[in-house]
Design a protein. Structure first.
Length: 577
């Protein structure tokens, strides 16, 4: 038995490598693009094996059969690879369009013409044995359809390669080198096939494209076996990006630098009563009445429905890879109901804060006068009870006003505050106003970065709650601090009362009140809101000996050196000139 010619050996080896890759990738069947890639590998294996065996066959009739099989493998490689590129990169819907069906006709018709070529010779003519390097190579004249079929197949494969390059490079570094490997793998056999088709080189009858599948298989193995390229598919991210815009409930538009619409979602079509196909390329202002250089909100009026809608307009710049601005995105949010609700709340708040408060203050005064002038002790006691109830309503109103003022101050950047001095000042004021004792056990040098008004409001209400809601003869509240290794400030407020009722804690945890289960006042809500705005969290532990409230303020402890440095400008400002 003679030595196998190297072109035949190389082709058969490439075919064997293709089968190994094919057997490995079968586990990924059903994933985006996997089935089409498997079909391309089947055609590739047929190409390599049929050409490798044909180089060992010197019988003209049998040799023709293997040449036909080689051509079948050649023409069925490009289109499946294009379909793989489309599905893998999230463009699978194009595979199910009529135009792709027309593309698929090229390998179908070419296969039929190759198998019947002896009858019409539309693909090639004059086939004859022309051995070289000891291999049974053949020479013939490719006809017009041969050039058309191979060139179009090469274009299809190149298109699939470009899809991989564009999508994977655009969607981040994940599997970027693997996609580059798959794209480059098509170059060696593709170039060798075109060299053979156009008869370039000293040995034009030798088709080295099958041998060139050896580096192709190596690169594909690196991408799919070593890199696990099918573990992640750009189709998922591309589909998510598309659906995120299409399914977005808020109207969304994209305009170019000339403010002309280039894209919009169904919500925008519905809002402005337009269709995407009709307004593409139209100026934004003409099609929607919107501008992106004005105020953040714009009132739209629908004369037919007599409906005024107010939209919050948010825009952002679109930049290309070079950083140049190429357009803007425009997202709209209907804030009509929000604005109306805020207006109603503002009016109700003003009425409650001013009118009702003033009236209740007058009522309290009259109740005091009436109680002093009544001789009936039972009636006087009733009037005193009403007087206390009015005081409670006024106190709740004050708490709400204090919290509102504290919220309005959150826009300013907070300065470090001396926690011990602040808490001691609160304790002294509450001890004077209420009966009881407040101990502050906090380090002297502790400084926290927090809004001072919200900080004071939270601890004032916690301490007050411990002093008021107790059955002890001498109420006592202790404000403590737990040392932590990080910058988290952990304060505790402990009292000796009966404990906060479970239903009130449940209301706080749920975050809303119901008709059947509600808190007894606004104090704990103010504490919860204040701590939340400060970025912390609040918890309670209730037992027979009382209640301990824990306030955690992450990233708030200011190092002593930093606090001293930050307080220098304030200290210097207090010095007399």
């Amino acid at each position: 038995m003679g030595v196998v010619p190297w072109p035949a050996a190389g082709s058969l080896l490439a075919g064997g490598g293709t089968l190994l890759l094919l057997s490995y990738l079968r586990q990924h069947r059903g994933k985006p693009g996997a089935n089409w890639l498997l079909l391309a590998l089947v055609a590739q294996a047929l190409w390599c094996f049929s050409y490798g065996v044909s180089l060992l066959v010197f019988d003209p009739a049998v040799r023709w059969v293997f040449e036909a099989l080689t051509w079948t493998g050649i023409v069925w490689t490009g289109v499946p690879f294009l379909a793989f590129g489309l599905e893998y990169t999230g463009r699978g819907s194009l595979v199910r369009t009529p135009w792709f069906g027309a593309v698929l006709l090229v390998p179908v018709i070419t296969t039929l013409l190759v198998l019947t070529n002896p009858l019409h010779e539309l693909v090639w003519s004059g086939l004859r044995l022309d051995p070289v390097y000891g291999a049974a190579t053949v020479s013939y004249e490719p006809n017009a359809w041969a050039f058309f079929a191979i060139v179009t197949g090469t274009v299809f494969a190149a298109s699939g390669t470009l899809l991989l390059f564009d999508t994977v490079v655009s969607y981040g570094p994940l599997y970027r080198t693997e996609a580059l490997a798959v794209g480059l793998s098509t170059l060696p056999p593709g170039v060798a096939l075109l060299v053979w088709l156009f008869g370039i080189g000293p040995v034009p009858q030798l088709n080295l494209s099958a041998v060139m599948f050896l580096p192709h298989v190596v690169l594909d193995a690196y991408a799919f076996v070593g890199g696990g390229m099918f573990t992640y598919s750009p189709a998922v991210r591309r589909t998510a990006d598309q659906s995120a815009v299409e399914d977005l409930e808020n109207p969304f538009l994209v305009v170019d630098t000339d403010r002309r619409i280039v894209d919009c979602n169904p919500a925008a079509e519905s809002l402005f009563d337009i269709t995407e196909s009709a307004i593409l390329g139209a100026p934004l202002a003409d099609a929607t009445g919107l501008t992106i250089d004005g105020a953040d909100a714009r009132v739209l009026t629908d004369a037919d429905r007599n409906d005024h809608r107010e939209l919050a307009v948010s825009t952002s710049r679109l930049r290309n890879e070079a950083g140049r601005i190429v357009g803007h995105t425009v997202i709209l949010q209907d804030i009509t109901e929000q604005q109306r609700r805020e207006q109603r709340l503002e009016i109700l708040n003003r009425v409650l804060r001013h009118n009702l408060r003033n009236d209740l203050t007058a009522v309290r005064g009259y109740l005091g006068i009436a109680a002093d002038r009544v001789d009936d002790d039972e009636l006087a006691a009733m009037l005193e009870g009403i007087h206390d109830d009015v005081d409670g309503v006024l106190e709740t109103s004050e708490k709400a006003r204090d919290f509102e003022r504290a919220i309005e101050s959150t826009g300013r950047s907070p300065s470090p505050l001396a926690a011990r001095d602040t808490l001691r000042s609160l304790a002294a004021a509450l001890e004077t106003e209420l009966e009881g004792r407040v101990d502050v056990v906090v380090p002297d040098d502790l400084a926290v970065q927090a809004n001072e008004q919200l900080f004071e409001l939270a601890f004032e209400n916690l301490v007050e709650n411990g002093l008021v809601h107790t059955d002890a003869d001498e109420p006592r509240v202790t404000v403590g601090f737990e040392e932590r290794g990080d910058r988290t400030a952990v304060f505790t407020v402990s009292d000796d009362g009966p404990g906060i009722p479970a239903h009130e804690l449940a209301v706080l945890e749920r975050g809303e009140e119901t008709a059947l289960e509600h808190g007894s006042g606004l104090g704990l809500w103010v504490v919860s809101w204040s701590v939340g705005v400060l970025g912390g969290d609040l918890s309670f532990e209730t037992g027979e000996s009382g209640t301990t409230a824990t306030v955690r303020l992450p990233e708030s402890v200011v190092p002593a050196a930093t606090a001293a440095e930050m307080s220098k400008p304030e200290q210097s400002a207090e010095r007399p000139p």
